[in-house]
Design a protein around this ligand. Structure first.
Ligand SMILES: *Cc1c(COP(=O)(O)O)cnc(C)c1O
Length: 391
């Protein structure tokens, strides 16, 4: 250590400067959070409720059902989280399923693709043009051949186009990745119809693996009344895995996700690692226990009733939002049971101010539980003023 440089005075000013920098960042974030409309993040969580754990390194090392020698862990809570989500996704017998909390929805997709490939050998992956970019990326990493299937204008996969692709590949094993709430348009693939397509072409369950990417809406649709059964994220369709993000509808202060998969697929890849005193069934070795705590805290506090309430108010607000744009003459897309309102891209200034996600000429806002009437009204005012000048 440099004695002349590292004086007490220097240390005091250094720590003051760091504190000032962190305070500045904190204030910036508070402003940005209040204006956020573009990404499907439920910012209505209270991190104070679990802040007492900030001083611990919580690591759910290894398999959630086995644990490890590292004792500051919450594998028990992780299993409660997974059981809760299994019930939401209609797992008849939880013993037949395996689940884990991971780093994100992306990790869930990647791990599902890995399990599918290990199950099927040399499969072809089929996903729609509207699927999340993490799916083609997973295919690339895993060297799985990927084919894209056309989606309709709403953003949902076309069962007719799917039938043609599956038929052309009927001698192969097929991974089908479907989406419950597409990233740009918030569309829902008809899971029931797509599984039927596979069956009718003659791809029996031993030659297929169906994954449902439900990053946002796998934690919305199960809580909606009167939902058409085909789009319900449910293992009753005979799918093999479903994933969601923790920081989207659930609401956590860090990115995270949950994957549930039929246990037989995990058994195949499990190898015992004595160093861990655990089974090696997860992509990551060390896994974020704080994320598990954050998800558990939300699920337990909200309960089914809280999720039902959030789903209902968000869908209603999204409908009001879309209606207001329509009456201002704005062409708008809002899929049924969706929180994603799509409209023509506004000026860069408005895009930046509301942190809108854009694709081509379109932008979207996503009505999450923290997106209340005042924010929507402020945005509508800015947007329609600009829109009526431009068109
Ligand atoms: C957000 C999203 C993902 C990725 O989830 P992350 O948790 O951000 O990694 C995957 N699929 C869809 C449909 C998404 O909207």
């Amino acid at each position: 250590m440099n004695a002349t440089y590292d004086t007490v005075a220097h240390n005091v000013s250094k720590h003051d400067a760091i504190a000032a920098k962190l305070d500045g960042l904190h204030n910036t974030f508070a402003g940005r959070r209040a204006n956020h409309l573009g990404y499907p993040y439920n910012l209505e969580f209270d991190a104070e409720l679990i802040s007492q754990f900030a001083k611990f390194l919580i690591n759910n090392l290894g398999d959630p059902y086995v644990g490890s020698h590292y004792a500051t862990e919450v594998c028990g809570l992780e299993r409660e989280v997974v059981d809760w989500v299994m019930r939401v996704w209609d797992c008849a017998d939880p013993e037949e399923y395996w689940g884990a909390v991971g780093a994100s929805g992306t990790e869930g997709n990647l791990w599902a693709m890995y399990l599918a490939r290990e199950t099927l050998g040399d499969p072809v992956l089929i996903h729609s043009t509207e699927a999340h970019y993490s799916l083609p990326k997973a295919a690339k990493i895993l060297r799985i051949e990927a084919l894209t299937c056309q989606a309709d204008d709403s953003g949902a996969i076309c069962p007719g186009a799917l039938r043609e692709i599956v038929h052309a590949n009927r001698h192969r094993c097929v991974i089908l990745a479907l989406t419950c709430g597409t990233t740009m348009k918030g569309a829902h693939d008809d899971i029931g119809a797509c599984v039927n397509v596979l069956a009718r072409v003659g791809i029996d369950p031993s030659r297929r693996f169906v994954h449902v990417d439900g990053a946002l809406n796998a934690m919305v649709l199960p809580f909606v009344d009167g939902l058409p059964s085909g789009i319900r994220p449910s293992f009753r369709h005979g799918v093999d895995s479903i994933s969601t993000s923790g920081h989207k509808m659930i609401g956590t202060p860090m990115p995270c996700g949950v994957l549930v998969v039929r246990r037989k697929h995990v058994r195949r890849v499990a190898s015992t690692v004595s160093y861990l005193r655990s089974d090696d069934t997860t992509l990551m070795g060390s896994r974020n226990g704080h994320a598990v705590l954050a998800i558990w805290n939300r699920l337990m506090r909200l309960g089914i009733a809280g999720f039902r309430h959030n789903a209902r108010i968000c869908i209603e607000r999204a409908e009001g939002f879309a209606k207001a744009l329509c009456s201002a003459g704005v062409p708008v897309l809002l899929n049924p049971y969706s929180l994603t309102v799509v409209f023509p891209k506004p000026s860069d200034r408005t895009v930046t101010e509301y942190q809108l996600a854009c694709h081509g000429n379109c932008a979207h806002a996503i009505v999450m539980p923290n997106v209340k009437a005042d924010l929507i009204d402020r945005f509508l005012g800015d947007y329609t003023a600009e829109f009526s000048c431009k068109f």
